[in-house]
Design a protein around this ligand. Structure first.
Ligand code: ADP
Length: 495
């Protein structure tokens, strides 16, 4: 079977680059256009081409990226070629060769090629050159001019030249034009004679042809821009859909939480009211005023609980609708904490001890006093409620000098929280099942802590170990004063 049969496609068997070279189709050389699709096959083809060149003692030149050169070298070493043989190959980085940082210029690139090949042509040395042409900044007109000059220059010389283009990123306009000026067209696993190659195409490009190419170029640019805009629109659309999805999930969650809240609340609001009504009726019927003190205590306790429930609900709904204003002030932390702790014990006669640990007198934090009191009271109430009998609560602070933040910790020795519930407890109305059956509550306390802390530009968090205890923390902007400025402040603190 003749090489011509291969190249003309008379034979059914696909012609490969190796077979083309082995059949000495072009004893003088060949100008081959390689439109590659698969990078692995591209590397393998290049490796075989170069290995063949080394075997035949041809001069081998590569105009490619460093990544390509490294991959080919590795393959050649695996095939048993020595480092010495690899050193005989000349490498040129294609981004330097094609000036990928500026516009591709046909004349400069062609002169570069002549400079590289001339010495070997003069020595009549068989040469193989493999390069990937970078088309990103190239005008189709310039590229065609360049390949035209190359084809004319290579014709009749003993040079096998493979000009490769990435077919995924090279526009079809460039691909078609390149078929006109390369004798052979190669894809990843076969090679044919280019159906469009013709001597006429190698003549100087006429003005009308030049205008045609420039027009295509302009249209191509416009299409590229349009495509870019479509891609941006598509990305935006995707983003909008994601937002909608998230909003839907959040709305469903909020609805679910609200339903839980309503069923829980109608029960919780009714219980203290029933107590108030029940004991009031007993007192009305009881002429001898027996158990007077006890009954009034019950009424008072139930009404306080009812008031607390109503206040939390009102507070939370005010926060949700953004009706809360925050007035940040510098607050002396030690005085403030002492005040919060003592007011909790005014209304709570539990056996839990609360300690404020080593609180520095010079610490001030930036917060709204009313809201900070709410945050601290909610955390302390929980630390006392969900504690063990005779348990402890410890309050301490740490100063982060870098961020000028004061982190306040509320550590208890209570029942602890399961790790999968740690994120949920800050959600409104969430209560753990163990707590729900044993203690009264709204599931709003921590949601209020979270909202208020954020409104005061702070952060919050929790760590916990079931059966050992829980530590909640809030961090707010803080400062530790020097002795002197502290003395100046003293009068204000003592007020
Ligand atoms: P409430 O206390 O009214 O249930 P919160 O929002 O204050 O509502 O707390 C939500 C849930 O977080 C509680 O029901 C409880 O399960 C859990 N929790 C809060 N603080 C603690 C704590 N210190 N120790 C253990 N569990 C806690």
């Amino acid at each position: 079977m003749s090489a011509q049969d291969y190249a003309s496609g008379v034979n059914k068997e696909a012609l490969t680059l190796q077979k083309l070279i082995d059949n000495r189709l072009d004893s003088n050389g060949a100008h081959i256009l390689y439109m590659f699709n698969e990078y692995d096959k591209y590397i393998n083809n290049a490796t075989d081409f170069i290995a063949g060149g080394i075997d035949k003692a041809d001069k081998v030149i590569l105009v490619e990226s460093q990544e390509f050169i490294d991959a080919v070298k590795e393959k050649l070493l695996l095939k048993g070629y020595s480092n010495n043989q690899l050193e005989s190959i000349s490498y040129i980085c294609n981004s330097d060769y094609y000036f990928s940082d500026r516009k591709f210029n046909a004349e400069d690139s062609f002169q570069n090629l002549v400079k590289i090949l001339k010495p070997h042509i003069d020595k009549k040395q068989m040469t193989r050159i493999w390069g990937q042409v970078l088309v990103e900044n190239s005008l189709v007109y310039e590229l065609r001019m360049y390949e035209c000059e190359c084809d004319k220059f290579l014709g009749g010389e003993s040079i096998l030249a493979v000009c490769s283009y990435n077919s995924l990123t090279t526009s079809s306009v460039i691909q078609t034009e390149m078929l006109k000026v390369h004798k052979y067209l190669m894809i990843d696993d076969q090679i044919v004679k280019s159906p469009f190659y013709h001597q006429n195409h190698l003549l100087t490009i006429s003005n009308s042809e030049r205008d045609r190419l420039l027009k295509i170029e302009r249209e191509n640019k416009m299409l590229k821009k349009k495509n870019q805009r479509l891609l941006v629109d598509k990305a935006r659309q995707k983003e909008r859909e994601q937002h909608l999805k998230l909003a839907k999930v959040n709305a469903e969650k909020a609805n679910y939480m609200k339903n839980i809240f309503l069923s829980q609340m109608s029960h919780d609001l009714r219980t203290p009211l029933n107590t108030i009504q029940g004991y009031s009726q007993i007192m009305l019927l009881d002429n001898h005023k027996k158990n007077y003190q006890y009954n009034v205590q019950k009424i008072l306790y139930a009404s306080k609980h009812l008031l607390q429930l109503i206040e939390e609900i009102l507070d939370f709904s005010a926060m949700e609708s953004g009706k809360i204003s925050i007035n940040l002030e510098e607050i002396h932390l030690k005085t403030f904490l002492n005040h919060c702790v003592s007011s909790i014990f005014d209304t709570n006669n539990s056996d839990i001890t609360v300690e404020i640990e080593n609180m520095d007198d010079a610490i001030f934090i930036e917060a709204d006093p009313l809201r900070l009191n709410q945050v601290i009271t909610n955390l302390l109430n929980n630390a006392i409620t969900y504690n063990k009998p005779s348990g402890k609560v410890c309050i301490y602070a740490e100063y982060d000098t870098n961020n000028e933040e004061m982190k306040l910790y509320f550590q208890d020795t209570g029942i602890g929280i399961q790790s999968d519930e740690l994120e949920l407890i800050f959600e409104p109305f969430y209560r753990s099942e163990t707590c729900m059956s044993k203690w009264k509550g709204t599931g709003l306390g921590l949601a209020i802590v979270a909202q208020l802390t954020k409104l005061m530009n702070g952060k919050y968090g929790v760590i916990s170990e079931v059966g050992i205890g829980t530590t909640f923390w809030v961090s707010l902007k803080g400062l530790v004063l020097t002795k002197r400025s502290l003395d100046d402040k003293q009068t204000v603190i003592n007020k």
